[in-house]
Design a protein around this ligand. Sequence first.
Ligand code: NAD
Ligand code: DAO
Ligand code: ZN
Length: 347
Amino acid sequence: VGKVISCKAAVAWEAKQPLSIETVEVEPPKEGEVRVQILATGVCHTDAYTLGGADSEGKFPCILGHEGGGVVESVGPGVTSVASGDHVIPLYIPQCRVCKFCRSSKTNLCSTIRSTQGQGVMPDGTSRFTCKGKTVYHFMGTSTFSEYTVLPEMSVAKVNPAAPLDKICLLGCGCVGLAVIMGAKAAGASRIIAVDINPDKWAIAQQFGATEFFNPKDHNKPTQQVLVEMTDGGLDYTFECIGNIKTMKAALEACHKGWGVSTIIGVAAAGQEISTRPFQLVTGRVWKGTAFGGWKSRDSVPQLVEDYLAKKIKVDEFATHSMPLDDINKAFELMHDGKSIRSVVTY
Ligand code: NAD
Ligand code: DAO
Ligand code: ZN
């Protein structure tokens, strides 16, 4: 407590290079900050995307990772909502509870620390990480690929310690398409059509509640046309969970006239734009998007953990592979090859 900790972390020295396991120094938390011992972290496409160099906000060297679970090691002055020993999940969308976004019931996009988070630093404009004498930047305000990380108090959710951190870490983000299927089932949808070009995904989609599988590669006609024909005029709700602007258009146009709602969840590469004929919207389709499921993070993540403990939502099924930090690059390979749903690194 109050001292610099030396620990292991996977450092991204530069874009397009494998992560490098290093000893890093992690400063103690300053005012309003907490230092967390990370015990497990998922590896997600967004980490790979930034490592790939296409993220305009990506700043190197940095410590990636945003699907973490850990235990508070120490807290800085003024921290009241968590204490040493609490189990927490880092949040890439914080909840300060006072900004105009937090005060609105319409959004979860707390913006108090948005700009510094995007620049890879803590709210005071500095980093808590160094390695070999160099400053190492934070990532998404979380940097969970390190045995210890420092976060603003508003960026941690205190959760029930009965829940296994190597599973609930995935509630810090998680696989979107499968989560949508689970949500559609919970909402009582009669037909849940999972669309994927990888037929290996059908078994797990079915496990989460999909009733049909649709592979665009099995059809010559555009996906939206086939889906509209299959569903008597279109779907009530569609969700784009890939990050591809062509499938975003298809998802909107697969919606039913008059009431169909299409939600974009996949994150497209920087600079890309979507298009459709405006008549699609004039005739009653709605095009919208969501980040972190719209959940106000500090309020909702603890509740999602309770739902998991009460077996109301699946999480274990996402975690198909696990490995020590030393093998973290294997997690990226499994993800690129479509072989894993989620790899969880445990420390
Ligand atoms: P994932 O790789 O687990 O799932 C993507 C799936 O899309 C794969 O199964 C792949 O086979 C399939 N696919 C790829 N191209 C396709 C195509 N042309 N047609 C049909 N299927 C296709 O990825 P994920 O972790 O679920 O993340 C998906 C996206 O969601 C990413 O863009 C990620 O950045 C984004 N994301 C958004 C939020 C948010 O809050 N908005 C949160 C997490 C992730
Ligand atoms: O601009 O206020 C803001 C918040 C931007 C955060 C958006 C996050 C979108 C989803 C990220 C996906 C994967 C981790
Ligand atoms: Zn806020």
